[in-house]
Design a protein around this ligand. Structure first.
Ligand SMILES: [Zn+2]
Length: 358
């Protein structure tokens, strides 16, 4: 399907980009990660290794401590995804390409695949946000109906309740189902073929899955037994999946979010605005004032800034946030933002309820 963005309001994005570039020049800083991001990496990695070692090799006898450590492990892995993998994949973690690649490939240790992610997220999701058949993040059919262009089923009336259970299962679905469906079907999204891989990339796909199972199942099993390992793995993966999925869903699926009307077959999809305005219409910030959430979520509560400037590391988003808001106001571009995490969750839930019966 051909997608047509309008060049009409280009002055808006040109002005905004110039102002953002000016901010970096005036402050004499680069747009990639800095010591804040590197110290964050050291803190998260240290906590992660300590947590895993304690849980697997020096397992505390108290069950509640074991459960708490599994939950914490899920949270820490989600933080690796948000803070290190995501920036690395966008090439914004560092000026150093090797470092970006290493960070991007942390996803393979987590059970996913950096190449599939790069094409699905960087190319499709970032260019065609909320566009049916191209943005894989809005393809949870038939379980969820995320916009009017998708077929309604009787059970969608309950989707605002069970959606969060689905999010908790995301990790398993991603690692053990969707990656393989994409791999064998050769499609990233309905209208996007997977790019041709080298034999080495095919090898990495399979090898990474083996590495993941070795770290998360085989090694723990040799220490605490298969039963305990599987229970711990499910607890860790449930929290990891829930956090990852919720954060990405909250950013684009909310009450006033925009979903272009799906055209007839062989017709182009007319977006009616320039690309940057489309990004703003489909993306919302949340809890921009929360330093704790910003630190933990790798700036993904500043999704609008991220979608406009994915090559800028997330550590700079709070600083460029006022520039984006001011420029949008000046050009009459409406911005959608939720003041808190709870208000974003409320809006997401209400939207799912509304679209489930509409
Ligand atoms: Zn991104």
């Amino acid at each position: 399907m051909e997608v047509v963005f309008r060049p009409g309001q280009k002055t808006f994005f040109n002005t905004l980009r110039n102002r953002i570039n000016q901010y970096f020049i005036e402050n004499q800083i680069t747009q990639e990660g800095n010591e804040v991001l590197y110290s964050k990496t050291i803190i998260i990695s240290t906590l992660l290794i300590a947590n895993y070692t304690l849980l697997v090799f020096f397992t505390p006898p108290q069950v509640w401590i074991q459960i708490a450590l599994c939950i914490l492990l899920g949270i820490l892995f989600a933080m690796v995804g948000f803070n290190m993998m995501h920036d690395g994949s966008h090439g914004s973690y560092s000026k150093n390409k090797v470092l970006n690649t290493i960070m991007a490939y942390t996803l393979n240790v987590l059970g996913g695949n950096a190449l599939i992610w790069h094409q699905k997220h960087n190319l499709n999701h970032h260019t065609y946000t909320n566009i049916e058949h191209l943005d894989d993040d809005i393809d949870l059919k038939p379980f969820l109906r995320q916009h009017m262009g998708q077929k309604k089923k009787w059970f969608h009336r309950y989707q605002h309740v069970y959606a969060y259970l689905l999010y908790a299962a995301t990790f398993f679905f991603w690692v053990y189902v969707r990656d393989f469906v994409k791999y064998f079907s050769g499609k990233i999204a309905q209208d996007t073929p997977i790019r041709k891989w080298t034999p080495g990339e095919h090898f990495i796909f399979w090898f990474s899955k083996v590495v993941h199972i070795t770290i998360f199942v085989l090694i723990p099993s040799s220490q605490v037994g298969l039963g305990h390992t599987l229970i711990g793995y499910v607890i860790m993966a449930t929290f990891l999946g829930f956090i990852l999925s919720s954060v990405f869903q909250l950013a684009h699926i909310f009450e006033s979010s925009f979903f272009p009307v799906v055209p007839e077959p062989n017709q182009p999809m007319d977006i009616e605005t320039e690309w940057a305005v489309h990004q703003i219409r489909t993306t919302a910030d949340f809890a921009a004032g929360s330093k704790v959430l910003t630190w933990m979520l790798g700036g993904l509560n500043f999704q609008m800034e991220h979608h406009l400037f994915p090559k800028i590391s997330h550590v700079h988003y709070p600083a460029i946030h006022p520039i984006v808001l001011e420029t949008c106001k000046e050009f009459g571009v409406d911005v959608l933002a939720h003041p808190t995490l709870m208000s974003a969750l409320r809006s997401h839930t209400l939207y799912l309820k509304q679209i489930g019966t509409a």
